[in-house]
Write a protein that binds this ligand. Structure first.
Ligand code: ADP
Ligand code: MG
Ligand code: MG
Length: 210
Protein backbone atom coordinates (compact mmCIF):
# COMPACT_ATOMS: atom_id res chain seq x y z
CA UNK A 1 0.00 0.00 0.00
CA UNK A 2 2.82 2.36 0.87
CA UNK A 3 4.29 2.01 -2.63
CA UNK A 4 0.97 2.65 -4.30
CA UNK A 5 0.43 5.77 -2.20
CA UNK A 6 3.91 6.94 -2.97
CA UNK A 7 3.33 6.56 -6.72
CA UNK A 8 -0.10 8.19 -6.44
CA UNK A 9 1.37 11.25 -4.74
CA UNK A 10 4.09 11.61 -7.36
CA UNK A 11 1.49 11.24 -10.12
CA UNK A 12 -0.67 13.87 -8.44
CA UNK A 13 2.22 16.32 -8.23
CA UNK A 14 3.07 15.78 -11.89
CA UNK A 15 -0.56 16.32 -12.88
CA UNK A 16 -0.80 19.51 -10.83
CA UNK A 17 2.41 20.79 -12.41
CA UNK A 18 1.17 19.97 -15.90
CA UNK A 19 -2.17 21.69 -15.30
CA UNK A 20 -0.53 24.84 -13.94
CA UNK A 21 1.83 24.93 -16.93
CA UNK A 22 -1.21 24.70 -19.20
CA UNK A 23 -3.02 27.48 -17.33
CA UNK A 24 -0.01 29.74 -16.90
CA UNK A 25 -1.15 32.41 -19.35
CA UNK A 26 -4.75 32.30 -18.15
CA UNK A 27 -3.74 32.75 -14.49
CA UNK A 28 -1.43 35.60 -15.39
CA UNK A 29 -4.24 37.20 -17.40
CA UNK A 30 -6.51 37.01 -14.34
CA UNK A 31 -3.75 38.59 -12.25
CA UNK A 32 -3.24 41.34 -14.82
CA UNK A 33 -6.82 42.52 -14.23
CA UNK A 34 -6.54 42.92 -10.44
CA UNK A 35 -2.87 42.39 -9.59
CA UNK A 36 0.58 42.54 -11.14
CA UNK A 37 0.27 39.93 -13.89
CA UNK A 38 2.57 37.30 -12.43
CA UNK A 39 0.45 34.62 -10.77
CA UNK A 40 0.68 32.13 -13.65
CA UNK A 41 4.44 32.55 -14.03
CA UNK A 42 4.92 32.40 -10.23
CA UNK A 43 3.05 29.11 -9.90
CA UNK A 44 4.62 27.62 -12.99
CA UNK A 45 8.14 28.51 -11.86
CA UNK A 46 7.40 26.91 -8.49
CA UNK A 47 6.09 23.67 -9.93
CA UNK A 48 8.91 23.41 -12.46
CA UNK A 49 11.29 23.44 -9.49
CA UNK A 50 9.07 20.91 -7.69
CA UNK A 51 9.30 18.57 -10.70
CA UNK A 52 13.08 18.79 -10.67
CA UNK A 53 13.24 18.14 -6.93
CA UNK A 54 10.92 15.14 -6.79
CA UNK A 55 13.25 13.24 -9.10
CA UNK A 56 15.63 13.06 -6.14
CA UNK A 57 12.85 12.20 -3.64
CA UNK A 58 11.76 8.91 -5.14
CA UNK A 59 12.41 7.01 -1.90
CA UNK A 60 10.81 9.41 0.57
CA UNK A 61 7.47 8.73 2.20
CA UNK A 62 4.30 10.62 1.36
CA UNK A 63 4.56 13.20 4.15
CA UNK A 64 8.19 13.99 3.27
CA UNK A 65 7.39 14.43 -0.40
CA UNK A 66 4.53 16.85 0.33
CA UNK A 67 6.69 18.67 2.87
CA UNK A 68 9.38 19.09 0.26
CA UNK A 69 6.85 20.45 -2.24
CA UNK A 70 5.86 23.04 0.37
CA UNK A 71 9.45 24.09 0.97
CA UNK A 72 10.14 24.36 -2.75
CA UNK A 73 7.04 26.51 -3.27
CA UNK A 74 8.08 28.81 -0.43
CA UNK A 75 11.49 29.36 -1.98
CA UNK A 76 10.52 29.46 -5.68
CA UNK A 77 7.03 30.93 -6.13
CA UNK A 78 7.54 34.25 -4.39
CA UNK A 79 4.89 36.95 -4.05
CA UNK A 80 1.93 36.46 -1.75
CA UNK A 81 1.05 33.04 -3.10
CA UNK A 82 4.40 31.28 -2.48
CA UNK A 83 4.46 31.45 1.32
CA UNK A 84 0.71 30.84 1.49
CA UNK A 85 0.67 27.74 -0.72
CA UNK A 86 4.05 26.49 0.46
CA UNK A 87 3.59 27.25 4.16
CA UNK A 88 0.14 25.64 4.25
CA UNK A 89 1.37 22.52 2.47
CA UNK A 90 4.46 22.26 4.65
CA UNK A 91 2.38 22.57 7.83
CA UNK A 92 -0.34 20.17 6.66
CA UNK A 93 2.15 17.53 5.45
CA UNK A 94 2.59 16.41 9.09
CA UNK A 95 -0.92 14.96 8.95
CA UNK A 96 0.21 12.47 6.31
CA UNK A 97 2.91 10.82 8.39
CA UNK A 98 0.93 7.58 8.58
CA UNK A 99 0.02 7.71 4.90
CA UNK A 100 -3.14 8.61 3.02
CA UNK A 101 -6.34 7.56 4.77
CA UNK A 102 -9.85 9.01 5.00
CA UNK A 103 -8.92 10.56 8.34
CA UNK A 104 -5.49 11.83 7.37
CA UNK A 105 -6.69 13.52 4.19
CA UNK A 106 -9.44 15.33 6.11
CA UNK A 107 -6.85 16.38 8.70
CA UNK A 108 -4.55 17.54 5.89
CA UNK A 109 -7.28 19.77 4.47
CA UNK A 110 -8.13 21.23 7.85
CA UNK A 111 -4.49 21.92 8.74
CA UNK A 112 -3.94 23.50 5.31
CA UNK A 113 -6.90 25.85 5.72
CA UNK A 114 -5.91 26.73 9.28
CA UNK A 115 -2.37 27.69 8.24
CA UNK A 116 -3.58 29.60 5.20
CA UNK A 117 -5.96 31.72 7.28
CA UNK A 118 -3.36 32.20 9.97
CA UNK A 119 -0.61 33.36 7.64
CA UNK A 120 -2.64 35.50 5.26
CA UNK A 121 -5.22 36.81 7.70
CA UNK A 122 -7.93 36.56 5.06
CA UNK A 123 -11.48 35.49 5.86
CA UNK A 124 -14.14 34.02 3.64
CA UNK A 125 -15.37 36.71 1.24
CA UNK A 126 -12.11 38.66 1.04
CA UNK A 127 -11.66 37.47 -2.57
CA UNK A 128 -8.62 35.23 -2.07
CA UNK A 129 -7.70 31.56 -2.32
CA UNK A 130 -9.45 31.16 1.05
CA UNK A 131 -12.74 31.40 -0.87
CA UNK A 132 -11.87 28.22 -2.80
CA UNK A 133 -10.10 26.30 -0.02
CA UNK A 134 -12.78 26.82 2.66
CA UNK A 135 -15.74 25.27 0.81
CA UNK A 136 -13.50 22.52 -0.58
CA UNK A 137 -12.23 21.48 2.86
CA UNK A 138 -15.63 21.72 4.54
CA UNK A 139 -17.30 19.73 1.77
CA UNK A 140 -14.59 17.06 1.77
CA UNK A 141 -14.85 16.67 5.55
CA UNK A 142 -18.64 16.43 5.51
CA UNK A 143 -18.62 14.00 2.59
CA UNK A 144 -16.19 11.70 4.42
CA UNK A 145 -17.40 12.02 7.99
CA UNK A 146 -21.17 12.46 7.63
CA UNK A 147 -22.07 11.09 4.22
CA UNK A 148 -19.50 8.27 4.37
CA UNK A 149 -18.63 8.70 0.68
CA UNK A 150 -15.58 7.06 -0.90
CA UNK A 151 -12.63 9.51 -0.95
CA UNK A 152 -12.77 9.98 -4.70
CA UNK A 153 -16.45 11.01 -4.59
CA UNK A 154 -15.73 13.26 -1.63
CA UNK A 155 -12.94 14.89 -3.63
CA UNK A 156 -15.29 15.35 -6.60
CA UNK A 157 -17.74 17.17 -4.32
CA UNK A 158 -14.90 19.27 -2.93
CA UNK A 159 -13.88 20.28 -6.44
CA UNK A 160 -17.46 21.36 -7.21
CA UNK A 161 -17.51 23.38 -4.00
CA UNK A 162 -14.19 25.03 -4.90
CA UNK A 163 -15.57 25.88 -8.34
CA UNK A 164 -18.55 27.64 -6.75
CA UNK A 165 -16.10 29.38 -4.43
CA UNK A 166 -14.13 30.69 -7.40
CA UNK A 167 -17.32 32.00 -9.04
CA UNK A 168 -18.22 33.65 -5.72
CA UNK A 169 -14.98 35.69 -5.96
CA UNK A 170 -16.16 37.40 -9.17
CA UNK A 171 -18.85 39.78 -7.83
CA UNK A 172 -17.12 40.62 -4.54
CA UNK A 173 -14.57 43.25 -3.55
CA UNK A 174 -11.01 42.27 -2.57
CA UNK A 175 -10.01 42.98 1.03
CA UNK A 176 -6.60 41.26 1.07
CA UNK A 177 -3.54 41.16 -1.13
CA UNK A 178 -2.70 43.36 -4.09
CA UNK A 179 -6.23 43.28 -5.51
CA UNK A 180 -7.45 45.13 -2.41
CA UNK A 181 -5.54 48.24 -3.58
CA UNK A 182 -8.14 48.52 -6.34
CA UNK A 183 -11.05 48.76 -3.91
CA UNK A 184 -14.35 48.54 -5.77
CA UNK A 185 -12.54 48.22 -9.09
CA UNK A 186 -11.68 44.66 -8.10
CA UNK A 187 -15.37 43.74 -8.46
CA UNK A 188 -16.23 41.69 -11.54
CA UNK A 189 -12.93 39.78 -11.74
CA UNK A 190 -12.14 36.18 -10.80
CA UNK A 191 -9.46 35.83 -8.13
CA UNK A 192 -6.25 34.30 -9.52
CA UNK A 193 -5.24 32.40 -6.36
CA UNK A 194 -8.70 30.90 -5.87
CA UNK A 195 -8.57 29.83 -9.51
CA UNK A 196 -5.14 28.20 -9.27
CA UNK A 197 -6.38 26.36 -6.16
CA UNK A 198 -9.31 25.02 -8.19
CA UNK A 199 -6.99 23.88 -11.00
CA UNK A 200 -4.80 22.04 -8.49
CA UNK A 201 -7.82 20.31 -6.95
CA UNK A 202 -9.10 19.36 -10.42
CA UNK A 203 -5.70 17.84 -11.18
CA UNK A 204 -5.83 15.84 -7.92
CA UNK A 205 -9.27 14.54 -8.82
CA UNK A 206 -8.12 13.63 -12.30
CA UNK A 207 -5.24 11.68 -10.75
CA UNK A 208 -7.62 9.85 -8.43
CA UNK A 209 -9.92 8.95 -11.33
CA UNK A 210 -7.18 7.37 -13.45
P1 ADP B 1 1.37 38.76 -5.67
O1 ADP B 1 0.03 39.36 -5.39
O2 ADP B 1 2.35 39.02 -4.59
O3 ADP B 1 1.88 39.11 -7.03
P2 ADP B 1 0.46 36.25 -6.73
O4 ADP B 1 0.01 37.04 -7.90
O5 ADP B 1 1.31 35.06 -7.03
O6 ADP B 1 1.16 37.15 -5.64
O7 ADP B 1 -0.82 35.68 -5.94
C1 ADP B 1 -1.99 36.47 -5.80
C2 ADP B 1 -3.04 35.64 -5.10
O8 ADP B 1 -2.65 35.41 -3.75
C3 ADP B 1 -4.39 36.32 -5.00
O9 ADP B 1 -5.16 36.08 -6.15
C4 ADP B 1 -5.00 35.73 -3.74
O10 ADP B 1 -5.75 34.57 -4.03
C5 ADP B 1 -3.80 35.30 -2.94
N1 ADP B 1 -3.63 36.14 -1.78
C6 ADP B 1 -3.05 37.36 -1.70
N2 ADP B 1 -3.03 37.83 -0.44
C7 ADP B 1 -3.65 36.86 0.31
C8 ADP B 1 -3.96 36.71 1.71
N3 ADP B 1 -3.62 37.65 2.58
N4 ADP B 1 -4.57 35.58 2.11
C9 ADP B 1 -4.91 34.61 1.22
N5 ADP B 1 -4.64 34.69 -0.10
C10 ADP B 1 -4.03 35.80 -0.54
MG1 MG C 1 0.59 38.79 -8.69
MG1 MG D 1 3.80 39.73 -7.68
Amino acid sequence: RADRQHDAVLAAIRNVAARLAEEKDYLTELDSAIGDADHGTNMNRGFEAVLENIETKQDDDVADIVKDVGMTLISEVGGAAGPLYGGSMLHASEQLEDGLTRESTVAFGEAYLEKLRDRGGASLGDKTMVDAVTPAVHTYKKSIEEDDLPPQEALAKAVDAARRGVEFTVPIRANKGRASYLGWRSVGHRDPGATSTLFMLEALLETAEH
